[in-house]
Design a protein around this ligand. Structure first.
Ligand SMILES: [Zn+2]
Length: 318
């Protein structure tokens, strides 16, 4: 018994040392408008590392389904293995984050034990990459950055074929419900001030609701010439990647300056400091997104059915 106990730590230490000594896999991947600079930390088996690089290429290409290219021509992507089931449960990508410190870096904590097919069905990478369509937004207006990424993670997964249109609307609706039920006494700005740990769903989904309302209004008012995709395309051309932090109204005013009729600041004035949750039910009804017992059905005939199809099909009028 003693002997066994004495031997195990030696084996563990040896394993850790040899794992740490193995250098990360460093490679590049070409996608529309960008070259990803990828670093896969160890230990991850060579075959799985190659699969993960291919998955990163695919997931980052999802972003080009917004306006034809990736927002940053040379982002850094770092993949860090979680060490199996030690945390993150069964998720293939338990955690991702964007850091901006002189350059834009996207980190993904992955579970190498999960099959690669599960990575493709997971929205984490599409969410994190979507963050790069906006500059860094100050934490007191965090609902803008988290909301826009939450909106885009769903519609881009649909455009890429990983979700059906119905699944995308179901996930958006479920998110809006989580947001509506979360901290109803707070406005989006107050929720952002309270912080992610205390008001996560309110922050993420109130911002996603405002992104949807902006998208509908842009498409409807312009007869399809403009959309959220078009506004973000123009934002990228003028201002991204950006090294400074933006406050919410500055960003929304900039977006308004890039479209024919302002929609962002009017939405900000209506919702940012208003308690409760933006009422998206009339918009969903006009889109033909019917809800029965929390289950979504998309209707073929509705006032804005064509606009709804453009959102999930990505017929961006560029
Ligand atoms: Zn996020």
């Amino acid at each position: 018994m003693h002997k066994v106990l004495a031997v195990i730590p030696v084996i563990l230490v040896t394993t850790l040392v040899s794992a740490a000594a193995r250098p990360p896999l460093v490679t590049e991947a070409q996608i529309p408008g960008a070259t990803l600079r990828i670093e896969v930390q160890q230990p991850i088996a060579d075959k799985k590392a190659a699969e993960i690089v291919e998955w990163l290429r695919s997931a980052s290409s999802n972003i080009s389904l917004a306006y034809g290219r990736f927002p940053n021509p040379s982002p850094r992507v770092v993949v860090i293995p979680t060490g199996g089931r030690s945390w993150g449960g069964d998720s293939p990508v338990p955690f991702g984050r964007v850091t901006r410190d002189g350059e834009e870096k996207i980190e993904f904590f992955v579970n190498p034990d999960r099959p690669i097919q599960e990575y493709y069905a997971d929205w984490t990478a599409t969410h994190e990459f979507s963050h790069l369509m906006l500059p860094y937004v100050r934490s007191r207006h965090k609902w803008i950055s988290e909301g826009f990424a939450s909106y885009y993670q769903n519609i881009l997964m649909a455009r890429a074929g990983h979700y059906t249109a119905s699944e995308a609307w179901q996930k958006l609706y479920a998110g809006f419900e989580r947001g509506r039920l979360s901290r109803p006494e707070l406005s989006p700005n107050e929720a952002a001030a309270a912080g992610i740990r205390k008001a996560r769903m309110k922050i993420y989904w109130s911002g996603a609701a405002i992104a949807l309302l902006a998208d509908i209004e842009l498409r409807e008012r312009s007869g399809g010439r403009e959309s959220l995709d078009v506004a973000l395309d123009r934002l990228q051309r003028c201002c991204l990647p950006s090294n400074r932090s933006w406050n919410g109204p500055t960003l929304f005013a900039k977006l308004d300056s890039l479209v024919d009729i302002p929609v962002f600041m009017p939405l900000y004035r209506k919702h940012a400091d208003t308690a409760g949750f933006p009422d998206i039910r009339p918009a969903l009804k006009r889109l033909g997104v019917a809800i029965e017992n929390n289950s979504v059905r998309v209707l073929p005939h509705a006032e804005l059915a064509d606009l709804r199809i453009d959102i999930t099909d990505g017929h961006a009028p560029l």
